[in-house]
Design a protein around this ligand. Structure first.
Ligand code: 4NP
Length: 161
């Protein structure tokens, strides 16, 4: 099982968007049994809440489910359980490095690191920008690329054994 955790600040806008879109792609690839996905926030402010209305609206427009998704805060155990931790911006990376020990064997990157020639270095926070469309575009590209990387990894390990 490959485990992927998306992280942002509040866990109501960007990381739940990434979680839902990635889960949809993984399930359409027939890999739902082999990939586990979740999301979390560096802050606990919105714990227990559903995604932001703007995130829900764009997921609905794209026919992507967000059923049963509730915000939670990241914790040290996540760094033991997950193989990939994908943050949305430099501040998330900084906050995580300050508060948690990061094992050397996990992939801990920003979503924009998954983009070819990214036009931005961070995924803009639509909670402040109000632009859920641009954030969706970046998130969709990033998680699509991630799904291809993980699919190749799974196929390689299936072939080896
Ligand atoms: P997110 O956006 O990190 O993409 O979920 C935010 C959501 C809430 C707040 C900030 C960012 N807030 O200040 O409550």
């Amino acid at each position: 099982m490959v485990k992927v955790l998306f992280v942002c600040l509040g866990n109501i806008c960007r990381s739940p968007m990434a979680e839902a879109v990635f889960r949809d792609i993984i399930s359409k690839k027939g890999l739902a049994d082999q990939v586990f996905v979740d999301s979390a926030g560096t802050a606990a402010w919105h714990t227990g809440k559903e995604p932001h209305e703007g995130t829900k609206d764009i997921l609905k427009e794209n026919n992507i489910s967000f059923d049963n998704m509730r915000a939670r805060q990241i914790n040290q155990t996540d760094f033991v359980n997950y193989d990939y931790i994908i943050a949305m911006d430099d501040q998330n990376i900084k906050d995580i490095k300050t508060d948690y020990d990061i094992p050397k064997d996990i992939v801990f990157i920003k979503l924009t690191d998954l983009l070819e020639n990214p036009s931005v270095k961070n995924v803009p926070d639509p909670y402040f920008t109000g632009d859920f469309d641009f954030t969706y575009e970046l998130v969709h590209k990033g998680v699509t690329n991630l799904s291809e990387m993980i699919q190749q990894k799974i196929e390689k390990s299936d072939n080896n054994g």
